[in-house]
Design a protein around this ligand. Structure first.
Ligand code: BF8
Ligand code: SF4
Length: 640
């Protein structure tokens, strides 16, 4: 297809659909995030700049021209630094607690359990990595020992995390020399809370250093365990076709949305919905079948493993309900608007919460248990089907826009795609360098030859502080034009899917080099690597490239970008990406700018510790320009 013939959904079309749904919300006597955002204006400047402290009950204290210290004497740098570290710690806790749940599911796996081993090879590989004997043993015995070993990483009293050994030798040395190698996951979170307790660390550089460390407890700990154990239990994702955006909801089917992050629950929902008896039941109530869909990171998880279609990302969660066509929305943990409670009261949608970690007023609470997960899921699917008759057709509006997306590119899939072209990949290089199977060498050759200029990991959320999805889509398109490959996760991935950028035809929007690579390897220009916990996959991808290239990871032309981030998890992620040696480009300001010292530390100060830092710019055009310049600078330093 030619470029002119591509007719992908535009941001303006996405916005028009959102506007129409918002109007329907107002007509129904309710509200959406747009109204609540407007009512919050102007947002508190002290909070925005990170100089409001309520860590003890002598406060709240805030830094103003007449008060340069809180009652205890904490200054702007201390207050902003403590707040920043607390965000990183909370983010690390969230990802890691999710991983802990998956580890418990692995511990309970068995041939007769609700949870089975789907990727035995990965289990055995990790067992080997951790020195766990597998020869001649029952696979579930091995799985349980691996699960226990993983759980021990959360609280082991001595040493650093085992996954640190996966990093390059150079990184391991930096982390050891700088004393930022992560110890037990819970310890780093706990120590961070201790350090920021009233009367403890007041030194901003020390707070930033601990932010890196607690971030790594996530990226090289909790998130990595979450990803690996999910792959073992539910299968390592492989490339598959799906679709994205609200248009995946079906007028004549029972629509169920799974939303959140923990795949243990959503997997069971997907499997239950596929049972023939459920499909029959759906037909018996006059529907054509069951349409299982996903939102936020849960969507990424089930799309990559089952091809389940993706309704949308973070700021679209209310929109899904507003279509009036969702019989049930089932959530687990993280990024769930409490607004869904009152909103679903106005619609027939049954809002189900399932985790003691995320109980929300206005929801039906079904505590998900590993022993009974599948039975619980079946009951919920039945309830959703029976709710179809309650749909008020007057209230239904399903926007038509949706786009095809090729998803499911974890490191294993990327290597296998590269292997497929190993014998014919002269198009990837200018000089036909030799390449090796099972490595990133073909991609490295393409980068060295300049066919690809580099790669960007696009990650993160939506945030009403910028035009939702616009920054993601605009930046990705510009990178594509400049022959920069994009790997993506989380809500950034969904933005790409909604705009058609994961359609293989989107290669027509690329520069010549990237287009040739996409054609030869048969991949879309934006590679979907999963949910936000899967940014750990990106760390392994960058590590693999650095190892296969034999250069320091700080030198490879690969960077991270979170143009619309909002969550504390994003702060943890940004810290471990920087600790890993990759520059991070942010489109939203961290709330520290009331302290010049903190602003300097996160952009420049970390470069002296890890060789990487943030570049912050709220203008997406300027941000992408900085990314391209950063990548070209790295190329120049490498002499390529
Ligand atoms: O973990 S990108 S809004 S859904 S925090 Fe949340 Fe942000 Fe989306 Fe997934 Ni990640
Ligand atoms: Fe105020 Fe210090 Fe207490 Fe913070 S810790 S609220 S600055 S007295």
């Amino acid at each position: 297809m030619r470029k002119e013939e591509l007719n992908f959904t535009t941001v303006e079309q996405l916005e028009a659909d959102t506007e129409k749904l918002r109007g329907m919300a107002i007509d129904a006597g309710t509200e959406t995030w747009q109204e609540r955002r407007d009512k919050q204006q102007p947002q508190c400047k002290f909070g925005e700049e990170g100089v409001c402290c309520r860590i003890c009950s002598m406060g709240p204290c805030r830094i103003t021209p007449k008060a340069d210290r809180g009652i205890c004497g904490a200054d702007a740098h201390t207050i902003a630094g403590r707040h920043y570290l607390r965000m990183a710690a909370a983010g690390s806790a969230a990802h890691s607690d999710h991983a802990r749940e998956i580890a418990h599911a692995l511990l309970k796996s068995g041939p007769d359990s609700q949870f089975n081993i789907r990727d035995e090879a990965k289990l055995l590989r990790i067992a080997g990595e951790w020195g766990i004997e597998s020869e001649g043993r029952d696979i579930y015995d091995v799985a349980h020992e691996v699960a226990l070993h993983g759980l021990n990483e959360f609280g082991k009293p001595f040493g650093t995390l085992d996954y640190v050994k996966r990093a390059t030798d150079e990184r391991q040395k930096v982390w050891a020399d700088q004393d930022i190698a992560p110890r037990a996951i819970d310890r780093e979170v706990s120590t961070s809370l201790h350090m920021t307790h009233m009367g403890n660390t007041a030194d901003a550089p020390t707070l930033v250093r601990q932010s890196l460390r607690v971030g790594m407890a996530d990226g090289w700990g909790g998130s990595m365990i979450g990803t690996d154990f999910s792959d073992i239990l539910f299968g390592t994702p492989t490339a598959r076709a799906t679709e994205g955006n609200l248009g995946v909801l079906e007028q004549e089917m029972v629509n169920i949305v799974v939303h959140g992050h923990d795949p243990a629950f959503s997997e069971m929902m997907v499997l239950a919905s596929e049972l023939p008896e459920m499909q029959e039941r759906a037909k018996s109530v006059g529907a054509k079948g069951i349409n299982m869909t996903g939102l936020c990171c849960t969507a990424n998880e089930v799309a990559m493993r089952h091809g389940v279609r993706m309704v949308g990302n973070f700021l679209q969660q209310e929109n899904a309900v507003l279509t009036g066509a969702v019989e049930m929305m089932c959530v687990d943990v993280q990024c769930i608007f409490p607004a869904l409670g009152p909103l679903t009261d106005c619609y027939h949608t049954i809002f189900v919460t399932s985790s003691p970690v995320a109980r929300i007023p206005g929801s039906k609470y079904v505590q998900f248990e590993t022993e009974t997960a599948f039975e619980q899921a079946k009951l919920l699917v039945e309830e959703a089907i029976d709710n179809y008759k309650n749909r008020d057709q007057q209230k239904v509006f399903i926007p038509e826009h949706k786009e095809e997306a090729a998803v499911g590119y974890p490191c294993e899939q990327i290597i296998s795609e590269l292997d497929d072209v190993t014998n014919s990949h002269s198009v990837l290089t200018v000089n036909g360098n030799t390449e090796e199977r099972g490595s990133y060498k073909p991609a490295i050759d393409a980068i060295r030859a300049g066919v690809l200029r580099g790669a960007v990991a696009m990650v993160g959320c939506n945030n009403p502080k910028v035009r939702p999805d616009y920054s993601h889509i605009d930046i990705m398109k510009t990178l594509m034009e400049h022959d920069i490959l994009v790997v993506t996760t989380g809500c950034a991935a969904q933005a790409a899917a909604k705009a058609g950028l994961m359609n293989k035809e989107a290669k027509e929007l690329c520069g010549d080099g990237l287009r040739r690579v996409c054609t030869l390897v048969d991949i879309p220009p934006i590679l979907h690597m999963g949910a936000c916990v899967d940014i750990s996959r990106m760390m392994l991808l960058a590590t693999g490239i650095a190892k296969d290239w034999n250069v320091d990871i700080t030198k490879i032309p690969v960077v991270g970008c979170a143009p619309e981030w909002m969550s504390e998890k994003a702060v943890a992620i940004a810290n471990y990406v920087v600790a890993t040696g990759l520059d991070v480009y942010l489109g939203i300001k961290p709330q520290v700018h009331g302290s010049e010292q903190m602003a300097q530390l996160i952009t420049e100060g970390t470069r002296e510790i890890t060789g990487a830092g943030y570049t912050i710019n709220t203008d997406p055009e300027e941000l992408v320009k900085a990314i391209i310049e950063g990548i070209e600078e790295k190329r120049k330093l490498l002499g390529i």
